[in-house]
Design a protein around this ligand. Structure first.
Ligand SMILES: Cc1cc2nc3c(=O)[nH]c(=O)nc-3n(C[C@H](O)[C@H](O)[C@H](O)COP(=O)(O)OP(=O)(O)OC[C@H]3O[C@@H](n4cnc5c(N)ncnc54)[C@H](O)[C@@H]3O)c2cc1C
Length: 360
């Protein structure tokens, strides 16, 4: 039994099917509307380290396999980091010196891959990164799993779980083993474990805008702000200096946790974002200032005039100092939450480990 039909829950369902298990998924909403459909669809392998990199490497293969088996929209597109100042390019040089999966780009090579403003000095190409369609991947995966014999109970909330049994809003369901993959709501069911892990909710501003250039932008596009956010860049010696310069130049944006990036949807529109705010419980009110800052920065990154907003939304994901919150709180019950904001990148690598642990 899997509780939660986001990417983490469905990754466990995929792994269960691969192992020949009979799988049931319980989801409180009538379709997936959580973090797994609100993100960039960026399978961000290159910027991961340690266990997350290991999981991302496995997950890359699984996404590519599922593209064929389940007909998912998956682009083997790579990602591009646009350096808009010499100190950003310096970090990329340092990163490339220790990673053989990174290719440096001069300004003209960069512009062949992505549209940029005149201030772009060069960049880097991460060929192993993928893109999926965040709005369709998880629903399409659920439909494919249903075709493989997985039983879905939509609009059914889990109330409690105990060894061999899940009590839901529609009655009890017996289960040999249960994976609780309820994303950022892990603290609703396991408050002590969540508190121990210093679990919080990370809330992010996102927007969908028209493509100002009307051109195909195949890779995910990252910026200098991304270089001070992802773990993999932390070891680069000049990151502290870059952070100091960005903080001085854009104090509000660093405070808002801006990771300026974008991906193109299959319909040509661009997903742009994002900011990061951390709390156990967030205020419900979105600040227009942050949206304006994202819009201005994204337009500048693209070398474009004012962008046309089509949609705005808030995403929320699980956050904690460790990248994964996992545990077996009672026999036959596993809990799993990706707490690093990289569930699309890592879930398919994480799921085999969780099932090994749970079914051992
Ligand atoms: C704006 C944004 C951008 C991001 N960008 C990226 C990116 O580009 N790449 C990347 O790798 N990651 C990205 N992430 C992170 C990624 O989206 C998450 O790590 C991932 O989607 C988490 O998946 P999940 O299945 O745990 O959570 P969710 O997708 O939220 O799914 C949890 C599910 O559990 C259900 N549920 C909760 N409680 C119950 C209950 N009691 N009973 C039944 N069902 C329940 C919920 O309804 C929900 O459907 C981003 C996240 C956000 C918010």
């Amino acid at each position: 039994m899997v509780v939660g039909a986001g990417i983490v829950g469905l990754a466990h369902a995929v792994e269960g099917v691969r192992r020949g298990l009979s799988v049931v998924v319980v989801e409180r909403d009538d379709r997936p509307v959580g973090a797994s459909v609100r993100n960039f669809g960026y399978v961000c392998l290159t910027a991961q380290t340690a266990t997350a990199l290991e999981y991302a490497t496995t997950a890359r293969q699984t996404w590519l396999q599922l593209a064929e088996q389940a007909g998912l929209w998956v682009r083997d597109s790579g990602a591009v980091v646009v350096a808009r100042a010499e100190d950003e390019y310096a970090v990329l040089e340092e990163f490339q010196a220790v990673r053989d999966d990174v290719v440096l780009l001069d300004a003209s090579q960069l512009r062949q891959r992505v549209p940029t403003g005149d201030d772009a000095v060069g960049g880097a190409w991460f060929p192993l990164d993928l893109r999926v369609d965040p709005r369709r991947a998880v629903p399409a995966l659920a439909a494919w799993l249903a075709g493989q014999g997985v039983r879905f109970h939509w609009s059914t909330a889990m109330h409690t779980v105990e060894p061999g049994l899940v009590v839901t809003s529609r009655g009890e369901i017996k289960a040999g083993a249960t994976v609780v993959a309820v994303g950022h709501d892990i603290d609703r069911h396991f408050p002590d474990l969540a508190e121990q892990a210093e679990h919080r909710r990370c809330a992010l501003h996102m927007l969908k805008v028209g493509d100002p250039h009307g051109r195909v932008i195949d890779p995910a596009v990252l910026s200098g702000f991304s270089l001070v956010r992802y773990d993999a860049f932390r070891a680069c010696p000049t990151v502290p200096a870059l952070r100091a310069r960005l903080t001085e130049q854009h104090p509000g944006l660093l405070e808002a946790g801006l990771n300026l990036m974008l991906t193109q949807c299959p319909d040509g529109d661009l997903l742009i974002g994002d900011t990061h705010a951390y709390a156990v419980t967030h205020d419900p009110f979105r600040s227009e200032d942050l949206d304006q800052a994202i819009l201005e920065q994204a337009a500048s990154l693209l070398g474009a005039g004012p962008l046309t907003v089509k949609q705005r939304w808030r995403g929320v994901y699980s956050s904690a100092p460790e990248p994964f919150l996992t545990g077996v709180p009672m026999p036959g019950v596993g809990l799993v939450s990706v707490t690093s904001g990289a569930g699309m990148t890592t879930a398919f690598g994480l799921a085999p480990h969780i099932l090994d642990q749970l079914l051992a």
